[in-house]
Design a binder for this molecule. Sequence first.
Ligand code: FHN
Length: 445
Amino acid sequence: MNLQFRLRKVYLIFVAVCAVLGGARRATAQDTYSPAPENLKARTWFQDAKFGMFIHWGVYSVLEDGEWVMETRPISGADYAKLPNFFNPTKFDPATWVALAKAAGMKYITITSKHHDGFAMFGSKLTDWNVVAGTPYGRDVIGMLAAECHRQGIKLFVYYSQLDWHLTDYFPRGATGHRAGRPDSGNWDAYLNFMDGQLRELLTNYGEIGGVWFDGMWDKPEADWHLARTYGLIHQLQPAALVGSNHHKNPFPGEDFQMFEKDLPGGHTTGFNPEQGISALPLETCETMNDSWGFRITDEHYKSTGDLIRYIVRAAGRNSNFLLNVGPMPNGEIQPEFVQRLTEIGKWTKQYGESIYGTRGGPLAPGPWGVTTQRGATVYVHVLDWNQPVLALTGIPRGVHSAKLMRDGSNVQLSKVDGGIVLRLPEAQPDEVDRIVVLELENSK
Ligand code: FHN
């Protein structure tokens, strides 16, 4: 055996031992996390809720070029530090935002409390790099929105970026943030303490928080993020708060829901991680209305209302929530193109929301024709892509005793065949985004 071969063998054994030990450590931590009863209840609520509003808003909005502008342009930390001086959203009215979300049929809001630029959109006592101390606006955006959410009875989740392009202590650096002009030294533990401190503020000062939506761990996937400590802190402060992380991996111990970005569960078009599987946790997929998360003035690549509704439906059919993004403008208003789409979605959810809210995906696997959702003995067949007059469905668990078209309650002709049913579909209406056939199943014996 030559030396190179022997070294390689030693290395592979080392990797294998690490993997076993790592796996064992994970398994132990997984075993020790048992979600509190209120957390389990919140998970059920979350799965029933189905539809939420994602909000990307920060000082980057001023430059009207998305939330990554510091990195993409690039802008040094010293120059970026001038940006908060221009953040004065005099038209920000949290009541209007919340009312818009509710009118669209959204049941919760997830807002960026801190994005990768590290700027806190809340009055953090741990740094002046925050909206209260650092902007002429001087008001606590998260606090204002939280108060309004509580008033209007909608849950508020906070997005928190673990990745930070501002703090020196975010060191060693990860894949991004190298052009901010920070010294090549820093104290990682101090950074993690700071992060936990800000999370403590968020979960202490703003009443009930639905959950924490982490992002950015992918920047340093190999680092020790002290997840058990951070997740434990959140659950200790608010046991019902749901923890999720957009690390593009399979869920880690202590997480309460699993998220997907710009892909339905099981889809891998974005290439974030082809190996990411679908866990048994509640699921959520997030998407933009054009191509941008943070406000980008030149982005006119809007999805149609119909496509957005079909996204909600396809997500629900895969047992997943849908979190639809808006990037408010620097003046605090949500742009008219988004308002229009949300209002139109609201008309649909008002009429057909019953086929989504409180349902679970299935019982049939999604097919080329569409998806199914179910609640008790009721199955909603969402015909999204089917030009044929008949649709054969196999695998319905019990006999079907009626089939009706949801839009007008008329009977849909149903034939029972060996192993399934055949529906004779009424023609789609020109503006119909989802032909829904409601099946009532026979009672289970
Ligand atoms: O880098 C972010 C991006 O700005 C945005 O916040 C999205 C939302 O899912 N997540 C990250 C990329 O994975």
